[in-house]
Structure formats: structure tokens, C-alpha cells
Design a protein around this ligand. Sequence first.
Ligand SMILES: [Fe+2]
Ligand SMILES: [Fe+2]
Length: 253
Amino acid sequence: MSLPTLLRQPPTLRPALARTLASHAYNPPRPAFTPGPPGPPPAAKAGPSTPRAPPNPATTTSPTLPPDHRRLLEEIVRVDHAGELGANWIYRGQKWGSQMRGDKRTAEQVEDMWENERHHLNVLTRMAHQHRVRPTALYPVWQVLAWGMGATTALMGKEAAMACTEAVETVIGEHYDDQLRALKPVLADNAASETPHPSLPLMAEVLEEFRDDELGHLDIAVEEGALKAPGHSLLSAAIGAACRIGIMVGSKV
Ligand SMILES: [Fe+2]
Ligand SMILES: [Fe+2]
């Protein structure tokens, strides 16, 4: 089966990871998202008042969100935006490294996965604008580290490049799943609000879709020989640890 065809298939998770995610997965009920006016405005209070415009789902975050939920949203968007920036630079480095080795096939496989990451970054960039979230201040740092990680592993060989993808996507798949669980109370608050904000269930749907994409990349990496990389365990542990540190820092800075 060709790689583009594989990418269109529903991801078949590695058994161990699939079991872990299935036992912890948060699969929110999906309210239908219908673009348009977000329902009736709140009941008018007694006395003179200026009519309040309903929130515009295309440009704002719900003003009724408690501060801790607002902070959570900001962290999610900031760290995911930073993560997708990093992913784009990892794949860019991997493509360059594969081309340097004259490995056209791996370069094409990397390009196919990179295409997905461009889409993720595009969506996250729009979400950052929509929710007015400041992007990571560490962009130049992520850029250099991510490109270096991708390029170095690709220069080591195809299996090492795939081991890098496997390690990164394992951490990122779990990270998206953690975020979906953390969003659960925010979604419940939003649903109970007088002016439920459609961008929040939409955010959960986006995270779920991205999680599945990342796990699809993980499957491809394993099928393409990630586990045969020299020093696989060490490489995988080091890259996984770097990603976890990146996530920790990226949600705050
Ligand atoms: Fe991604
Ligand atoms: Fe990915």
C-alpha cells in the first residue's frame, strides 16, 4: 500500500499504545457545530442597560470562561502551536538529511507526513489568532533544536529517522490525549453556560483529529523500521525526554 493511501487510512495503532490510549482515551460527546448566531442573548436585567452583542465564534473566546479555564485554553493553544512548529522543523530536517544521503524514498515519505504537519500548524495558527493567544517566545530555539534533531537522525540512516518520528509521535499522541481529558470540565462549563461558545467543542474535535494523525505517523514510522534503528531504546528515550521537556516549557513560555 502506498504511503499516501496509508495516510488516508484510519490509524491502526501499535497494539500496546492502542491499549493504553483506549483505556485512557477521552472521547467527548460531539455536539453538532452549526455556524451561525450562537443562540439567544442572555435575559435582560432590570434597569437601563446597553444590549450586549453575542460572542462571535470566529474571533473570540467565550467571555464567560472562568480565568483558570481561560489559562488552560491559552496553554493548550500555545504549546500545541509550538509543538507543530517543532514538528514542521523536524520533518524539514529529516527531508534534508534523507536527501543528503541520496535516500529519495524516505525523503518522499517524510514529505507526505510533513504535509499533515503543515495543515496542523495552519489550524493552530488560526486558533492562536482566534483565542488571542501569544505564540511561544522560544520559536528560534525550537526551530534550531527541531531541525537539528530531524537532520541528525536522518543522516544516521532511515531507521534512525523513523525512530525519531516514532518517539516524537508517541509523546505527542499521548499529549493530545491528555489535553482532551483536561478540556473535559471546560467543555462541560461551556455547555452549561448561557452563551455556549462553539469554538470550544470545535477545539476538542481538532485535537482529536490531530491526535489520530500523529498516531498514524507513529504507525508509519514503525512499519518503516523505527525499531531496527541502532541504539533504538536510547535514541527513543532521549528524544521522548526532549519532547516532554519541550511540552513543559512550551506551555508556559
Ligand atoms: Fe502535528
Ligand atoms: Fe505528526
